[in-house]
Design a protein around this ligand. Structure first.
Ligand code: NAD
Ligand code: GLY
Length: 349
């Protein structure tokens, strides 16, 4: 088991290990006393892990109510958010009570936002059950739901009070979801840590998940401590994401986020080498890591369509965007580029 302390506007622990879900109740009771909790989870995770989470909380003297919503990104919307808020009110949760997000990034993002809004803020605990949520979305306090105009447009920075990451929960993840999470792990390696990249590039990772997740969480902790509100260094986490968002849009969200990030990293590396921004061309190594982790390396969309889609993205600010460039594998930096350069970047698809 590993415990990592995050210091942002709130200080909290991220507990990672096999079987740690059993200690959820004890940890929550130490933080919140004998309060009540709403456990929020989706229709896939509920039959797998809800009873375990509930039992742990109730054995520690915490009463629970459950809010189960249909699994999938479509549920990360204002309608489900409002149903959840109404559910919390109907069950008369007070400021002494808290929410538990048991699931992937969809559950965590929506529960965190509900917790930030209900009674102007109640505490919440993240219990990530996907690899993506374990290494990324459960830590750092970005919460959101989607609006019709785009993803994550309604959100808040709101840190959890605790993250309990039980690596055993990953055993039921479909392979494609595991691969989605690995795209983010590879991303951390390219941005910050050559050693992590080398550890995961072969794809033989499953026996080492506690260490791999813990390393990603340490890297995220460090960047969030420096730049909680995403004004500078935290934007490095967007490596591969400029083109990834375009690929997701062009595929009408048929291509998953993880696959899109995998392809986006290849495009970013290739373009950075071509435009002379990288110290060494990282493309071949990223392609190798993607392939070994069951991730794609290319897509069929027209460069112009990808660039147009990127231009309508919310991260555009004025006539420039911050593009994340790999200097070498293990070190990235932000390059401010005129938006027109996106057309040249998309040519590297
Ligand atoms: P998700 O929550 O939809 O989970 C993916 C699928 O796996 C779902 O079908 C879910 O039901 C299923 N699942 C979850 N845990 C399972 C388990 N243990 N066994 C079997 N099935 C399981 O999606 P995700 O990939 O975890 O997260 C994607 C979301 O996270 C997106 O909405 C994205 O915007 C958001 N995100 C947020 C941040 C952040 O910093 N807040 C960072 C990255 C991504
Ligand atoms: N997933 C990007 C971030 O947390 O900033």
């Amino acid at each position: 088991m590993k415990t990592i302390k995050v210091s942002a506007s709130k200080e909290y622990e991220v507990v990672i290990g096999s079987g740690v879900l059993a200690s959820l109740g004890e940890s929550c009771s130490a933080l919140f006393g004998k309060s009540r909790a709403v456990i929020v989870t989706d229709s896939n995770v509920a039959p797998l892990r809800l009873s375990e989470a509930k039992e742990s909380l109730e054995n520690a003297g915490i009463q629970t109510v459950d809010f189960v919503f249909p699994a999938g990104e479509e549920s990360k919307c204002k309608e489900t958010l409002f149903e959840l808020l109404e559910f919390m009110a109907e069950n008369r949760l007070t400021r002494s009570d808290f929410a538990v997000a048991l699931g992937g990034g969809v559950t965590g993002d929506m529960t965190g936002l509900a917790a930030s809004l209900y009674l102007r803020g109640v505490p919440f605990v993240q219990v990530p059950t996907t690899l993506l949520a374990a290494v990324d979305s459960s830590v750092g306090g970005k919460t959101a739901v989607n609006l019709t105009a785009g993803k994550n447009l309604m959100g808040a920075f709101y840190q959890p009070s605790l993250v309990v990451c039980d690596t055993d929960t990953l055993s039921t993840l479909p392979e494609s979801e595991f691969a989605n999470g690995m795209a983010e792990v590879i991303k951390y390696g390219v941005i910050f840590d050559r050693k992590l990249f080398d550890k995961v590039r072969s794809g033989n990772v499953k026996s080492d998940m506690e260490d791999i997740i813990a390393r990603c969480v340490e890297l995220k902790r460090d960047v969030v401590a420096k730049d909680e509100f995403d004004k500078g260094d935290r934007q490095l986490l967007n490596f591969g994401h400029t083109m990834a968002h375009s690929i997701e849009k062009c595929s009408h969200f048929e291509i998953s986020h993880g696959s899109a990030v995998a392809i986006g990293m290849v495009i970013a590396a290739k373009a950075s080498a071509k435009l002379g921004w990288s110290d060494e061309d990282c493309t071949a190594e990223i392609i190798e890591a993607n392939k070994n982790n069951c991730l794609p390396v290319e897509c069929d969309f027209e460069p112009r369509a990808l660039a147009d889609a990127a231009l309508s993205d919310k991260k555009r600010s004025g006539g420039t965007i911050n593009f994340v460039v790999p200097r070498v594998v293990g070190e990235c930096y932000l390059q401010k580029i005129p938006v027109d350069v996106l057309y040249e970047i998309a040519e590297c698809k």
